[in-house]
Structures are given as C-alpha cells and as structure tokens.
Design a protein around this ligand. Structure first.
Ligand SMILES: Cc1ncc(COP(=O)(O)O)c(C=O)c1O
Length: 401
C-alpha cells in the first residue's frame, strides 16, 4: 500500500532532524540537543502543585470518561483563570478541553475549513499550523515576519493576502520559534483587517506567562478583538511545565455569533474522541486553584539567565543577525549566508550536527521566511549553552568565505 497523499504532503522539521542526530550518536558522539521545546527533557521539574493534584485526582477515582467538551469543573476553572488574567468575561460554555493545544489546532481546521479555503500563518511559525493546513488541502499563505521588524506580523502584507475564501488567520504571541511578543497596536490592526471578512482569528497563546522582560505585557487577542471572532488556545505544556500531560483547551470570543455554527461543529467533533483525559482535567482543575508563585517567577528567572547568555554570545558572532527573544525559550538567529560556505540553512544545520555535535532545527522548517535561519532552545544549563556556543563560533570561523 502507499502512504496517503494527505500524509505525504507535510513534514515536521523539529522531529525530522532527530534521525541524523541518532546517526551521529551511533558513532559514539554525545550530541547537545537544542531542538525540542520540552523543559522537562532539560531538567526542569513539573511543579508540585500539579503532581500533587494528579495524585488527588487518582485518589478521587477520576478515571471515567468525561463529557466530550470537558469536565464542567475544568471548564469553570479555565474560564476563571483566563478571566482573572485578561478580564475577558468568558463562560465555561465557551471552553473546550483538548489533548494539548495540538488537538485544538487540528479540530479547528476540521470544523472551520473546506479544501481550498485560505489560511494565513506567520512567515516563520510553529509547524503544526501549516502541517494541518496542508493535510486539510487548504491554500496556505505565509505573511511577512522578518528579523528587521522584530518578527512582528506585517499587517499590510496580511491585508494583501486576505480574500473572500480566507477562513483562519493564525497569530502566535509569544511566538515559537522567534520569541517575539506582538504589540497591542499590531494585533489591533490585524483585528480590523480580519473584521472586514467572513474570517476568524486563531490566537495561540501557549507561552503567555513566560514573558522574560519587565514591563512587557502579553496581549490576549480576545481582549482587543471587539466584534471580530477569535479562537484562543492555551494549555499545560509550557507555562505549567507539564508537556507530557497532553492537556490544553480552546475558548472562543464571538460577541456577534459569527462562528456559532463551526464552533458547534468543533464541539461535535470532540465526541468522536469521547473525551480528553479525565484525571488530567481534574488535576488541572485543582492546580488552577493554587498559587503559581511557588514556581513561575523562578522558572522565568532561569529562562531569562539562559536567554541572556545565548543571546549575548550570538550577538557577538560575525555573520549572525539575532533578535533578542522576549519570551518562551526559543531563539531564531539569521545567518548571513553570503559570508559562509553553506548554500542554505539545511546544509548549515547538518554541518553543525555532524561536525560539532550540536542539534538545532533548520529555519525553512518553520516556513518560507525562515529559510536563512535556524532555531535553538535555550533550555539547557548555562554550562551546556556556553559549550554549544563555543562550538558554533568555531564552526562559523572554519566556514567563512
Ligand atoms: C506555539 C505552540 N503551540 C502549540 C504547541 C503544542 O502544544 P501542546 O503540547 O499543548 O499540544 C506548541 C509546542 O511546542 C507550540 O510551541
């Protein structure tokens, strides 16, 4: 049998590079892995307020199928949590529990689009957006996000890509892979543009509480969206340091009922997979009642120190143009390829891996605007980051034209 066209049509760079890393390891080398956004793999611990809540959920025998939309108590806790952050006024009815943000993304495509509809995604983006868009046979368009503009979306370019067939416009702030936090003014401009069409903004806010710089604020899109429909995602993978829990949620903002029908469709779809994990939803409910100050400020501080080190080292390297990430744990340096022997980002990334045993991800795996960049995570210890940056510096110096 043959692989389906749909499945053959996408790739996932973040995990694709692992095959070559395994080859390098099989030759006896220790590879420094800077490819995956999983804090636990780098020694961060899931906070007690979550692990104890999970034990409690088990003791209480929360092992039944939950309602497909999610446990009511979980949706209540999520509504309270989101409202406490952003004063949104969302109700439990407007929340759906998902197996991570990933499932929410997939369900949105299923419920909101037909083949050939248009989706807009950031020019450099988390690959699940374009991966799903391609699987669902959509017309995927990439709006401009470049290092010279701090990787902020370009509203004029978004405007030029909008058509009557545009259904979903993805925003992701704080952004993976660039670490950029979108200013309110830009989000508002995009809201106004999308509002002229029968389209919906999809706002992935997975990293909202991992802002690293004082005085900087995450803007919830629903907060500034007025009458423009928004679906927002968040979850427990990053801010709560529990990626393996596979627990997330989606909520919607739709004061004029423009997306009532597809949102009901999305709820119908949840029945197809019966329910999101019940013990995890109960544990999430309990965890949300507790104070995040027991771990979050310390986590943010550790990330800031690591960001400062990696950014500082990169900023000193000739031939690299780097934006200082403001949030999350990714950095996306741009190579001035004309100064080096490599023909493209892939050749560079595989050289970095084979010659210096450091694994990063090639920028073109995040979209066409990323084709001269690469992504690294700054999750390892300061010592490990320093070693990786020494090796990068050596590699650059050995390959200058
Ligand atoms: C922007 C973004 N959205 C969604 C996800 C997936 O999150 P989840 O683990 O909740 O499925 C990730 C994971 O790296 C991400 O970076």
């Amino acid at each position: 049998m043959k692989i389906s066209d749909r499945t053959a049509s996408f790739s996932y760079a973040i995990r694709d590079v692992l095959a070559v890393a395994a080859e390098v390891e099989s030759q006896g080398h220790r590879v420094i892995k800077l490819n995956i956004g999983d804090p636990i793999k780098y020694g961060f611990k899931t906070p007690k307020l979550l692990t104890e809540s999970l034990k409690y959920a088990e003791e209480e025998n929360y092992n039944f199928y939950a309602d497909s939309q999610g446990l009511l108590e979980f949706r209540e806790a999520i509504a309270d949590y989101e409202n406490s952050k952003y004063n949104l006024g969302i109700t439990p009815k407007e929340v759906v529990a998902t197996a991570g943000v990933s499932e929410g993304i997939q369900m949105t495509f299923m419920a909101f689009t037909n083949p050939k509809d248009r989706t807009l995604v950031p020019g450099i983006h988390y690959p699940s957006y374009s991966g799903n868009s391609n699987i669902f046979k959509l017309d995927t368009q990439y709006y401009k996000t470049v290092v010279e503009d701090n990787f902020y979306p370009d509203p004029d370019h978004i405007r030029s890509l909008m058509t009557e067939n545009t259904k979903l416009v993805f925003l992701n702030s704080p952004n993976n892979p660039t670490g950029s936090v979108y200013p309110e003014k830009i989000i508002k401009e995009i809201v106004d543009i999308v509002g002229e069409y029968d389209a919906c903004i999809v706002s992935d806010e997975t990293y909202d509480k991992l802002i690293l710089d004082d005085g900087l604020e995450h803007i919830a899109t629903a907060k500034v969206a007025k009458d423009v429909p928004v679906i927002a995602y968040n979850g427990f993978s990053k801010v709560f340091l529990a990626p393996g829990w596979r627990l997330g949620y989606a909520y919607y903002h739709d004061p004029e009922g423009k997306i009532e029908e597809p949102w009901e469709g999305l709820q119908k779809l949840t029945r197809l997979r019966l329910s999101a994990s019940t013990p995890l939803q109960k544990a999430g409910t309990e965890a949300l009642k507790k104070d995040q100050s027991s771990y979050l400020p310390e986590t943010v501080k550790q990330l800031r120190d690591r960001r400062d080190l990696m950014y500082g080292r990169l900023a000193e390297m000739d031939g690299i143009n780097v934006y200082k990430p403001e949030a999350a744990f990714y950095i996306f340096p741009i190579l001035e390829l004309e100064k080096f022997k490599w023909k493209d980002d892939k050749e560079f990334v595989f050289d970095f891996l084979r010659k210096k045993h450091v694994l990063s991800v090639f920028g073109s795996g995040f979209g066409p605007f990323g084709d001269s960049g690469f992504r690294m995570v700054y999750l390892p210890t300061l010592e490990e980051i320093d070693i990786a940056m020494n090796r990068l510096e050596d590699l650059l110096n050995e390959n200058r034209i």
